[in-house]
Design a protein around this ligand. Structure first.
Ligand SMILES: [Zn+2]
Ligand SMILES: [Zn+2]
Length: 316
Protein backbone atom coordinates (compact mmCIF):
# COMPACT_ATOMS: atom_id res chain seq x y z
CA UNK A 1 0.00 0.00 0.00
CA UNK A 2 1.38 3.38 -1.00
CA UNK A 3 0.10 6.51 0.75
CA UNK A 4 0.84 9.81 -0.98
CA UNK A 5 -0.16 13.21 0.33
CA UNK A 6 -1.41 15.86 -2.11
CA UNK A 7 -3.03 18.41 0.21
CA UNK A 8 -2.23 19.08 3.88
CA UNK A 9 -3.79 22.40 4.80
CA UNK A 10 -6.91 22.93 6.90
CA UNK A 11 -9.87 25.17 6.13
CA UNK A 12 -8.62 27.19 3.17
CA UNK A 13 -5.88 26.93 0.49
CA UNK A 14 -2.80 28.78 1.68
CA UNK A 15 -0.17 29.69 -0.95
CA UNK A 16 3.22 30.74 0.39
CA UNK A 17 3.43 34.54 0.70
CA UNK A 18 6.11 36.83 -0.72
CA UNK A 19 7.46 37.50 2.74
CA UNK A 20 7.56 33.80 3.69
CA UNK A 21 9.44 33.02 0.46
CA UNK A 22 11.96 35.80 1.06
CA UNK A 23 12.49 34.69 4.69
CA UNK A 24 13.18 31.12 3.53
CA UNK A 25 15.68 32.24 0.88
CA UNK A 26 17.40 34.56 3.34
CA UNK A 27 17.75 31.76 5.93
CA UNK A 28 19.04 29.32 3.30
CA UNK A 29 21.72 31.73 2.10
CA UNK A 30 22.71 32.78 5.61
CA UNK A 31 23.24 29.16 6.70
CA UNK A 32 25.11 27.91 3.65
CA UNK A 33 28.29 25.99 4.49
CA UNK A 34 31.53 27.75 3.63
CA UNK A 35 32.68 27.35 0.00
CA UNK A 36 29.42 25.69 -1.04
CA UNK A 37 28.74 28.42 -3.60
CA UNK A 38 31.85 27.31 -5.48
CA UNK A 39 31.08 23.61 -5.17
CA UNK A 40 27.84 22.47 -6.78
CA UNK A 41 27.97 18.97 -5.24
CA UNK A 42 28.51 20.31 -1.74
CA UNK A 43 25.67 22.79 -2.28
CA UNK A 44 23.25 20.09 -3.47
CA UNK A 45 24.19 17.70 -0.66
CA UNK A 46 23.67 20.43 1.91
CA UNK A 47 20.32 21.61 0.51
CA UNK A 48 18.96 18.10 0.09
CA UNK A 49 19.86 17.27 3.69
CA UNK A 50 17.50 19.99 4.97
CA UNK A 51 13.92 19.27 5.99
CA UNK A 52 11.29 20.11 3.37
CA UNK A 53 10.04 22.92 5.64
CA UNK A 54 13.41 24.67 5.03
CA UNK A 55 14.36 23.71 1.48
CA UNK A 56 10.81 23.44 0.13
CA UNK A 57 7.32 24.02 1.51
CA UNK A 58 4.98 22.10 3.81
CA UNK A 59 2.23 22.86 1.31
CA UNK A 60 -0.85 25.05 0.93
CA UNK A 61 -3.42 22.77 -0.75
CA UNK A 62 -6.39 21.52 1.26
CA UNK A 63 -6.94 17.87 2.23
CA UNK A 64 -6.31 15.12 -0.29
CA UNK A 65 -4.57 11.78 0.26
CA UNK A 66 -4.01 9.06 -2.34
CA UNK A 67 -3.82 5.38 -1.45
CA UNK A 68 -2.60 3.02 -4.19
CA UNK A 69 -2.75 -0.73 -3.94
CA UNK A 70 -1.32 -2.26 -7.12
CA UNK A 71 -3.22 -0.45 -9.86
CA UNK A 72 -6.23 0.31 -7.66
CA UNK A 73 -6.58 3.96 -6.77
CA UNK A 74 -8.35 5.33 -3.69
CA UNK A 75 -8.58 9.01 -2.82
CA UNK A 76 -9.51 10.47 0.55
CA UNK A 77 -11.09 13.92 0.23
CA UNK A 78 -11.18 16.31 -2.70
CA UNK A 79 -9.54 19.47 -1.36
CA UNK A 80 -7.44 21.47 -3.79
CA UNK A 81 -4.70 18.80 -3.55
CA UNK A 82 -6.84 16.61 -5.83
CA UNK A 83 -6.20 18.99 -8.75
CA UNK A 84 -2.51 18.06 -9.02
CA UNK A 85 -3.37 14.40 -8.37
CA UNK A 86 -5.87 14.57 -11.27
CA UNK A 87 -3.21 16.00 -13.58
CA UNK A 88 -0.87 13.18 -12.55
CA UNK A 89 -3.57 10.54 -13.21
CA UNK A 90 -4.31 11.90 -16.69
CA UNK A 91 -0.64 12.18 -17.60
CA UNK A 92 0.75 8.99 -16.07
CA UNK A 93 -1.89 6.50 -14.95
CA UNK A 94 -4.99 6.32 -17.14
CA UNK A 95 -4.89 4.64 -20.53
CA UNK A 96 -7.30 4.50 -23.49
CA UNK A 97 -9.47 1.97 -21.71
CA UNK A 98 -10.00 4.48 -18.89
CA UNK A 99 -9.74 3.72 -15.21
CA UNK A 100 -11.84 3.33 -12.09
CA UNK A 101 -11.21 5.72 -9.21
CA UNK A 102 -12.68 5.47 -5.71
CA UNK A 103 -13.10 8.72 -3.77
CA UNK A 104 -14.04 8.60 -0.06
CA UNK A 105 -15.20 11.77 1.68
CA UNK A 106 -14.65 12.62 5.33
CA UNK A 107 -17.39 15.26 4.99
CA UNK A 108 -18.49 18.02 2.63
CA UNK A 109 -17.02 21.16 4.16
CA UNK A 110 -15.60 23.30 1.37
CA UNK A 111 -11.95 22.56 2.05
CA UNK A 112 -12.68 18.86 1.40
CA UNK A 113 -14.65 19.18 -1.86
CA UNK A 114 -13.46 22.39 -3.58
CA UNK A 115 -10.90 20.65 -5.83
CA UNK A 116 -13.49 18.45 -7.59
CA UNK A 117 -14.51 20.93 -10.35
CA UNK A 118 -10.87 20.93 -11.53
CA UNK A 119 -10.28 17.16 -11.31
CA UNK A 120 -9.35 16.30 -14.91
CA UNK A 121 -10.14 12.53 -14.90
CA UNK A 122 -13.83 13.62 -14.82
CA UNK A 123 -13.49 14.76 -18.45
CA UNK A 124 -12.79 11.26 -19.86
CA UNK A 125 -15.84 9.14 -20.85
CA UNK A 126 -14.06 5.82 -20.25
CA UNK A 127 -13.25 6.70 -16.63
CA UNK A 128 -15.54 5.68 -13.78
CA UNK A 129 -15.45 7.80 -10.65
CA UNK A 130 -17.08 6.30 -7.56
CA UNK A 131 -17.88 8.67 -4.71
CA UNK A 132 -18.43 7.24 -1.21
CA UNK A 133 -19.71 8.88 1.96
CA UNK A 134 -21.92 7.95 4.89
CA UNK A 135 -23.63 11.39 4.69
CA UNK A 136 -27.09 10.48 3.29
CA UNK A 137 -27.49 13.48 0.93
CA UNK A 138 -23.89 13.97 -0.15
CA UNK A 139 -24.63 13.63 -3.89
CA UNK A 140 -26.99 16.61 -3.64
CA UNK A 141 -24.28 18.66 -1.92
CA UNK A 142 -21.67 17.82 -4.59
CA UNK A 143 -24.13 18.66 -7.35
CA UNK A 144 -24.94 21.97 -5.68
CA UNK A 145 -21.27 22.95 -5.78
CA UNK A 146 -21.41 22.50 -9.58
CA UNK A 147 -24.63 24.51 -10.00
CA UNK A 148 -24.22 27.05 -12.84
CA UNK A 149 -24.43 29.91 -10.34
CA UNK A 150 -21.18 28.70 -8.77
CA UNK A 151 -19.37 26.86 -11.58
CA UNK A 152 -19.94 26.87 -15.37
CA UNK A 153 -19.88 23.08 -15.87
CA UNK A 154 -22.51 20.91 -14.18
CA UNK A 155 -21.56 17.49 -12.88
CA UNK A 156 -23.55 15.77 -15.66
CA UNK A 157 -21.58 17.64 -18.33
CA UNK A 158 -18.38 15.90 -17.21
CA UNK A 159 -18.26 12.87 -19.46
CA UNK A 160 -16.85 10.23 -17.09
CA UNK A 161 -19.23 7.75 -15.48
CA UNK A 162 -20.07 8.76 -11.92
CA UNK A 163 -21.52 6.68 -9.13
CA UNK A 164 -22.55 7.91 -5.70
CA UNK A 165 -22.49 5.24 -3.02
CA UNK A 166 -23.97 6.08 0.38
CA UNK A 167 -22.21 4.03 3.02
CA UNK A 168 -23.83 2.68 6.15
CA UNK A 169 -22.25 4.13 9.27
CA UNK A 170 -19.37 1.98 10.47
CA UNK A 171 -19.87 -0.36 7.51
CA UNK A 172 -16.99 -2.21 5.87
CA UNK A 173 -16.62 -1.58 2.13
CA UNK A 174 -14.66 -4.28 0.31
CA UNK A 175 -13.18 -3.36 -3.05
CA UNK A 176 -11.31 -6.39 -4.40
CA UNK A 177 -8.76 -7.16 -1.69
CA UNK A 178 -8.94 -3.77 0.05
CA UNK A 179 -11.15 -3.29 3.11
CA UNK A 180 -12.31 0.21 4.06
CA UNK A 181 -14.25 0.87 7.27
CA UNK A 182 -15.77 4.24 8.12
CA UNK A 183 -16.23 5.54 11.64
CA UNK A 184 -18.14 8.63 12.85
CA UNK A 185 -16.14 11.50 14.32
CA UNK A 186 -16.84 14.60 16.37
CA UNK A 187 -17.12 17.61 13.98
CA UNK A 188 -19.76 20.27 13.25
CA UNK A 189 -22.18 18.63 10.78
CA UNK A 190 -20.51 15.25 11.32
CA UNK A 191 -17.42 13.77 9.71
CA UNK A 192 -16.04 10.26 9.18
CA UNK A 193 -12.64 8.70 9.58
CA UNK A 194 -11.53 5.71 7.52
CA UNK A 195 -9.57 2.57 8.26
CA UNK A 196 -7.95 1.10 5.15
CA UNK A 197 -6.65 -2.47 5.33
CA UNK A 198 -4.73 -4.55 2.83
CA UNK A 199 -2.27 -7.41 3.15
CA UNK A 200 -1.97 -7.06 6.94
CA UNK A 201 -1.23 -3.35 6.70
CA UNK A 202 -3.53 -0.78 8.25
CA UNK A 203 -3.80 2.95 7.55
CA UNK A 204 -6.08 5.42 9.38
CA UNK A 205 -7.29 8.66 7.78
CA UNK A 206 -8.59 10.79 10.63
CA UNK A 207 -9.16 14.46 9.96
CA UNK A 208 -11.67 17.12 10.98
CA UNK A 209 -12.37 15.59 14.32
CA UNK A 210 -12.21 16.94 17.84
CA UNK A 211 -10.80 14.88 20.65
CA UNK A 212 -10.30 16.83 23.87
CA UNK A 213 -9.08 13.68 25.60
CA UNK A 214 -9.24 9.92 25.32
CA UNK A 215 -12.07 9.37 27.72
CA UNK A 216 -15.09 10.42 25.67
CA UNK A 217 -17.28 7.68 24.25
CA UNK A 218 -16.45 8.80 20.70
CA UNK A 219 -12.71 8.59 21.34
CA UNK A 220 -13.03 5.17 22.96
CA UNK A 221 -15.02 3.75 20.00
CA UNK A 222 -12.65 5.27 17.45
CA UNK A 223 -9.62 3.90 19.30
CA UNK A 224 -10.94 0.39 18.64
CA UNK A 225 -10.66 1.05 14.88
CA UNK A 226 -7.22 2.62 15.23
CA UNK A 227 -5.72 -0.28 17.17
CA UNK A 228 -2.31 -1.49 15.89
CA UNK A 229 -2.28 0.68 12.75
CA UNK A 230 0.89 1.15 10.75
CA UNK A 231 0.11 4.79 9.97
CA UNK A 232 -2.39 7.41 11.11
CA UNK A 233 -2.92 10.80 9.46
CA UNK A 234 -4.37 13.02 12.19
CA UNK A 235 -6.03 16.45 12.45
CA UNK A 236 -3.52 18.58 14.38
CA UNK A 237 -4.82 21.99 13.37
CA UNK A 238 -4.70 23.51 16.85
CA UNK A 239 -2.08 23.89 19.53
CA UNK A 240 -3.04 22.35 22.86
CA UNK A 241 -4.03 25.81 24.21
CA UNK A 242 -6.11 26.65 21.13
CA UNK A 243 -7.89 23.31 21.36
CA UNK A 244 -9.06 24.25 24.86
CA UNK A 245 -10.27 27.71 23.77
CA UNK A 246 -11.86 26.47 20.56
CA UNK A 247 -13.98 23.76 22.09
CA UNK A 248 -16.64 22.50 19.62
CA UNK A 249 -14.83 23.94 16.59
CA UNK A 250 -14.18 20.38 15.51
CA UNK A 251 -10.38 20.04 15.43
CA UNK A 252 -7.69 18.43 17.56
CA UNK A 253 -4.09 19.06 18.60
CA UNK A 254 -0.87 17.12 18.03
CA UNK A 255 -0.69 16.25 21.72
CA UNK A 256 -4.02 14.45 21.87
CA UNK A 257 -2.98 12.75 18.60
CA UNK A 258 0.07 11.40 20.39
CA UNK A 259 -2.04 10.20 23.34
CA UNK A 260 -4.37 8.40 20.95
CA UNK A 261 -1.54 6.92 18.90
CA UNK A 262 0.12 5.58 22.07
CA UNK A 263 -3.14 4.20 23.41
CA UNK A 264 -3.87 2.49 20.07
CA UNK A 265 -0.31 1.21 19.63
CA UNK A 266 0.14 2.98 16.27
CA UNK A 267 3.53 2.84 14.55
CA UNK A 268 3.63 6.18 12.77
CA UNK A 269 1.64 9.39 13.26
CA UNK A 270 1.52 12.20 10.68
CA UNK A 271 0.26 15.62 11.77
CA UNK A 272 -2.19 16.98 9.17
CA UNK A 273 -4.78 19.71 8.37
CA UNK A 274 -2.35 22.49 9.26
CA UNK A 275 -3.79 25.81 10.42
CA UNK A 276 -3.83 28.27 7.47
CA UNK A 277 -2.78 31.20 9.68
CA UNK A 278 0.59 29.57 10.42
CA UNK A 279 3.77 29.78 8.36
CA UNK A 280 6.08 26.79 7.94
CA UNK A 281 8.35 27.78 10.87
CA UNK A 282 5.35 27.99 13.19
CA UNK A 283 4.14 24.55 12.06
CA UNK A 284 7.64 23.16 12.66
CA UNK A 285 7.57 24.71 16.17
CA UNK A 286 4.37 22.82 16.96
CA UNK A 287 5.95 19.64 15.62
CA UNK A 288 9.02 20.17 17.81
CA UNK A 289 6.81 20.66 20.89
CA UNK A 290 4.94 17.47 19.99
CA UNK A 291 8.23 15.56 19.78
CA UNK A 292 9.25 16.92 23.20
CA UNK A 293 5.88 15.90 24.64
CA UNK A 294 6.34 12.38 23.31
CA UNK A 295 9.86 12.12 24.71
CA UNK A 296 8.91 13.46 28.14
CA UNK A 297 5.68 11.53 28.63
CA UNK A 298 6.39 8.29 26.80
CA UNK A 299 10.20 7.90 26.88
CA UNK A 300 10.09 4.20 25.98
CA UNK A 301 7.61 4.53 23.14
CA UNK A 302 8.61 3.52 19.61
CA UNK A 303 5.97 5.81 18.06
CA UNK A 304 7.36 7.74 15.11
CA UNK A 305 5.87 11.16 14.45
CA UNK A 306 6.16 13.34 11.37
CA UNK A 307 4.63 16.32 9.63
CA UNK A 308 2.34 15.70 6.68
CA UNK A 309 3.89 17.60 3.79
CA UNK A 310 2.78 17.71 0.17
CA UNK A 311 4.26 15.04 -2.13
CA UNK A 312 5.30 12.91 0.86
CA UNK A 313 5.03 9.20 0.05
CA UNK A 314 4.95 6.36 2.56
CA UNK A 315 4.96 2.69 1.61
CA UNK A 316 3.33 0.34 4.09
ZN1 LIG B 1 -11.20 20.60 6.97
ZN1 LIG C 1 -14.61 20.38 8.44
Amino acid sequence: MLVKIWGVRGSVPTPITNKQFKDKVFRLIKNLPKNSLNDENLLKTHLNSLPVSEFGVIGGNTSCVEVSVGNQLFIFDMGTGIIKLGNHIVKNLQNKKGMEIHIFLSHTHWDHIMGLPYFKPLFFPKNTINFYSPHPNFEKRIRLQQDFRFFPVSLDKFSSKKRFITLKREAITEINDVKITNFPQNHPGGSFGYKIEHDNKKFIYCTDTEYQNLHTRQAQTNLIHMQNSDLMIFDAQYTFEEAIHKEDWGHSSALVGIDMAIEANIKKLLLFHHEPDRNDSEIVDIFQKAKNYLKMNFPDSKLEIGLATEELEITL
